[in-house]
Design a protein around this ligand. Structure first.
Ligand SMILES: Cc1ncc(COP(=O)(O)O)c(C=O)c1O
Length: 414
């Protein structure tokens, strides 16, 4: 008879990460059939047209120029002071809210999501997340004895479903007197949707209405993991300025990641950035997150912090970095445009794409569809409500061809 050694709360199904598993299958197919015959749209990382991971030269030249000791040494528990300034500049650019703001370094955006969920909800509470979501929101919530409530991301017109958001938001606030609402925008994973500035106003109106009850605690967790590939210039950062002068029982936490914008996925760096109209609330956030850092991973990756700080301080390095990211932003847009046009041409229904690494295709029985597409050497991730195609990982030519292949398979399953 088998026995469990782990405690009951830590016992989870013995399963491997589905996306990494599919990526391994795609790799096998490439070895067998050749890369020109396989479309691998599994992983959320920028890949060039030859299938190689893109690693920004401006970032890695800077990392490799650091003295060994600057990479090897421990960082401060909250993060190096100059990094905590630099990360705010990198995140907000010219749209820094007029508010009290404090940042804490985390190992990627994941750490910031973790801190928001653990530190701002009570055991058994539900986190509010849309129904097209990044799976680790659920993993993290489960790990901490929290649940997830979904609202419908889109209405029948393909717009942000503000009515569904309002209904679920108010339901949770009534029940819990506090809410952590995670909004992964701009460049949502998995849909590529970005809330418009008008949609942001509506979200904030709902938060402000609930905040009229001084007992309520409203926390907006804005996951901007893909912001550096969104919009033209800083246009997709304008909404940050709306976090100025909010009621004091609305607290905003930004989850900033260096994984995508700096192509430092494995270097594990980012920040949780707290925004409030009251200084004591951002101070509380800072010391709470510092404690949580110490308790979980002690401190962050010092070399990654130095890369951002050094690029931020030197105007020439900063310009070179921005030019390099921008080139890839254009590449990504061309690929996404090719996919969207290909979908239009063959009549494949997709969700509204605005920015970022992914496009989503709503469908029934997505697992079956993904399995059938594997037979065509097209690898897409199946989600509860559809398929996710990673334009970040596929050349423009293949992005144009893929929709017709997907449409044919979906039609054959009807
Ligand atoms: C929606 C979303 N949020 C956050 C992250 C955080 O990633 P990291 O912890 O590598 O910064 C990711 C990465 O895949 C993501 O897709």
């Amino acid at each position: 008879m088998s026995i469990n050694m782990v405690a009951a709360h830590a016992k989870w199904p013995e399963e491997n990460d589905a996306i990494f598993g599919l990526a391994a299958k795609a790799k096998e197919a490439i070895d067998k059939y050749g890369k020109e015959n396989v479309i691998d749209s599994t992983l959320g990382a920028l890949v060039d047209d030859d299938g190689n991971l893109i690693c920004l030269d401006t970032v890695y030249n800077e990392l490799k120029s650091l003295p060994n000791a600057a990479i090897a040494a421990y960082a401060q528990v909250a993060g190096q002071a100059d990094f905590l300034e630099a990360v705010q500049d990198a995140c907000f650019k010219e749209y820094k809210p007029n508010a009290y703001i404090k940042a804490v370094a985390t190992p990627g955006g994941t750490g910031a999501v973790r801190h928001a969920i653990w530190n701002y909800t009570n055991p058994g509470d539900s986190i509010l997340v849309c129904d097209w979501f990044w799976a680790p929101y659920v993993t993290i919530s489960e790990e901490f004895g929290r649940k997830v409530t979904n609202y419908e991301f889109f209405n029948d017109n393909g717009e942000f479903n503000i009515d569904s958001y309002k209904e679920k938001f108010e339901e949770l606030v009534r029940k819990q007197k506090r809410i952590v609402s995670i909004l992964n925008t701009p460049a949502n994973n998995p849909t590529g949707y970005s809330l418009s500035d008008e949609e942001w106003d509506k979200v904030l109106d709902i938060a402000k209405e609930s905040a009229k009850d001084p007992e309520n605690r409203i926390i907006l967790m804005v996951d901007v993991a893909y912001i550096d590939y969104a919009g033209v210039g800083s246009e997709r950062r304008k909404f940050f300025a709306k976090f100025s002068n909010l009621p004091e029982n609305i607290f905003v936490i930004i989850g900033y990641s260096m994984s995508k914008g700096y192509t430092m996925y494995g270097m594990r760096s980012g920040a949780a950035i707290g925004i409030s109209s009251k200084e004591e609330i951002t101070n509380e956030f800072y010391y709470t997150c510092m404690h949580a850092n110490r308790a979980n991973w002690s401190n962050g990756t010092r070399g990654a912090m130095s890369v951002m700080t050094n690029i931020s301080k030197d105007p020439a390095k900063k310009q070179a970095y921005e030019d390099e990211v921008n080139r890839y932003k254009v590449m990504l847009r061309n690929r996404a445009n090719a996919f969207v046009e290909g979908a239009k041409e063959c009549g494949l229904e997709i969700l509204p794409y605005r920015d970022g690494f992914f496009v989503s295709i709503p469908c029934e029985n997505s697992k079956k569809a993904s399995d059938e597409l594997i037979k065509e050497n097209l690898f897409v991730v199946s989600l509860k409500k559809g398929l996710r195609f990673a334009v970040c990982a596929v050349s423009e030519d293949k992005c144009r061809m893929a929709p017709a292949k997907i449409k044919a398979v979906l039609d054959s399953l009807k």
